[in-house]
Design a protein around this ligand. Structure first.
Ligand code: HEM
Ligand SMILES: *[C@@H]1O[C@H](CO)[C@@H](O)[C@H](O)[C@H]1NC(C)=O
Ligand SMILES: *[C@@H]1O[C@H](CO)[C@@H](O)[C@H](O)[C@H]1NC(C)=O
Ligand SMILES: *[C@@H]1O[C@H](CO)[C@@H](O)[C@H](O)[C@H]1NC(C)=O
Ligand SMILES: *[C@@H]1O[C@H](CO)[C@@H](O)[C@H](O)[C@H]1NC(C)=O
Ligand SMILES: *[C@@H]1O[C@H](CO)[C@@H](O)[C@H](O)[C@H]1NC(C)=O
Ligand SMILES: *[C@@H]1O[C@H](CO)[C@@H](O)[C@H](O)[C@H]1NC(C)=O
Ligand SMILES: *[C@@H]1O[C@H](CO)[C@@H](O)[C@H](O)[C@H]1NC(C)=O
Ligand SMILES: *[C@@H]1O[C@H](CO)[C@@H](O)[C@H](O)[C@H]1NC(C)=O
Ligand SMILES: *[C@@H]1O[C@H](CO)[C@@H](O)[C@H](O)[C@H]1NC(C)=O
Length: 333
């Protein structure tokens, strides 16, 4: 073998090796992480979520949103669950997108208690959020998927990060797209994950800018379906407190299905950020909305993959972070 051919092959081989190592070091989560230490963890989480749904039809929606708001701030590390106190001076719970809005923390604590009873000190709160999100979707009529596991829990919270990284409902599509893109999520992920607004509720204050005086025009948002506008104005009177609730999906409020996308086609997206996916002229999101609206299994498959993509955002693995014993506090804190 000539030295020139050996040079020709050694570079690609070295590159392949480096890429393989990068792949291995990024792919640290797997579906069997607890197979010997807590084999029943998925069933335990599912059964507590199922129990909670009996008395609160909204809880699945609230739980998946906790995973989203966790992953978008310092990665999926349960930082959202930490209460203010001890070393935590500024909690994510008190950040603008979460305060008086995120809910389900008591159910997370119930799940943690049930898991600790079976397998003490091995399952992270970050993995519990990922498992609860999957249980919430599948128990509400949506798709089921194998959740990647092995995340560990943070020692810190990042309130400033929560204020800036989580998208706002009154932001333009370009801003929201760039917040997703900063975390490695593309336009397909944005549209698929927005489909989580097929269940759950929103407070009037999150969309009332559209109902009476949109962007200072003196008129409602012209994209709002007029009969839907009338309904929403009744739910949200002009000088109301802003805390009344509307269904994110007016057609099937508690089911995980693809009606969210036909709602957008009917100009019945509740949040400005929802309707923009369909009503922004020329946007790449429009054809994806149309495809998910016409094919529920295409939506479900994309949704499951995008949940895995979101769940892979910067997890703490190996010996980083810790396995919290109480999801609300760092150990010993
Ligand atoms: C694309 C950008 C997004 C924006 C601007 C946004 C904004 C919002 C807002 C303003 C609410 C209502 C909160 C309240 O009134 O208290 C809400 C609720 C909700 N969001 Fe999003 N969201 C986005 C993406 C997502 C994603 C990616 C998921 C999950 C994969 C998600 C899941 C939910 C769920 C299920 C609810 C209802 C929660 C409940 O009823 O407790 N959202 N969202
Ligand atoms: C899953 O990940 C853990 C931690 O990285 C590792 O110990 C285990 O061998 C992995 N399991 C499989 C099947 O890859
Ligand atoms: C797993 O957990 C479920 C729900 O708590 C329970 O019904 C089932 O018996 C458990 N299975 C095992 C093998 O522990
Ligand atoms: C949260 O709700 C409470 C009770 O309704 C209210 O007193 C407080 O001002 C609200 N906080 C924010 C930041 O909206
Ligand atoms: C986050 O936003 C809230 C509400 O606007 C504000 O009170 C708080 O000071 C902000 N926190 C940080 C760390 O920027
Ligand atoms: C969108 O992003 C631009 C540039 O970062 C910023 O100036 C603007 O305030 C953002 N718009 C909204 C509604 O947040
Ligand atoms: C709508 O908002 C603009 C800007 O805030 C304000 O100047 C105008 O008076 C408002 N119009 C009505 C009808 O309230
Ligand atoms: C809302 O409050 C404003 C000022 O406080 C007042 O001018 C307006 O008439 C009120 N609108 C309704 C529908 O009560
Ligand atoms: C408004 O919504 C209804 C369904 O409630 C739909 O039949 C109609 O086509 C929608 N109108 C527009 C302009 O999207
Ligand atoms: C719907 O989407 C699924 C999954 O992507 C695909 O296999 C199927 O062919 C699509 N069906 C139609 C009618 O396009």
């Amino acid at each position: 073998m000539s030295s020139s051919s050996s040079t020709t092959y050694s570079l690609p081989l070295a590159t392949t090796f480096v890429l393989l190592m990068l792949y291995v070091s990024n792919a640290q989560l797997n579906t069997t992480f607890y197979s010997s230490t807590c084999p029943n963890v998925t069933t335990i989480v599912r059964s507590v979520v199922q129990q909670a749904l009996q008395s609160d039809s909204r809880i699945g929606a609230s739980l998946i949103r906790l995973h989203f708001h966790d992953c978008f701030v310092n990665g999926c590390d349960a930082s959202i669950l930490l209460d203010k106190g001890g070393s935590i001076q500024l909690s994510e719970k008190d950040a603008a997108p979460n305060t008086n809005s995120t809910r389900g923390f008591d159910v997370v604590d119930n799940i943690k208690t049930a898991v600790e009873n079976s397998c003490p000190a091995v399952v992270s709160c970050a993995d519990i959020l990922a498992l609860a999100a999957e249980a919430s979707v599948s128990l509400s009529g949506g798709i089921s998927w194998n959740v990647l596991l092995g995340r560990r829990d943070s020692l810190t919270a990042n309130q400033a990060g929560a204020n800036t990284s989580i998208p706002s409902p009154v932001e333009g599509l370009a801003n929201i797209t760039s917040k997703f893109s900063a975390l490695g999520l593309n336009t397909n992920d944005l549209v698929a994950l927005s489909g989580a607004h097929t269940f759950g509720r929103a407070q009037c204050r999150t969309f009332s800018n559209r109902l009476y005086n949109f962007t200072g025009t003196g008129n409602p948002d012209p994209t709002l379906n007029s009969s839907y506008l009338t309904t929403l104005q009744q739910t949200c009177p002009q000088n109301g407190s802003g805390t009344a609730l509307a269904n994110l999906d007016p057609t099937t409020p508690d089911s995980f299905d693809n009606n969210y996308f036909s709602n957008l086609q009917n100009n019945q997206g509740l949040l400005q950020s929802d309707q923009e996916l369909f009503s922004t002229t020329g946007a790449a999101t429009v054809s994806i909305v149309n495809s998910f609206s016409s094919n529920q299994s295409a939506f479900f498959q994309s949704f499951a993959q995008s949940m895995i993509n979101m769940g892979n955002i910067s997890p703490l693995v190996g010996s980083n972070g810790e396995i919290r014993l109480d999801c609300k506090k760092v150990n010993g804190g």
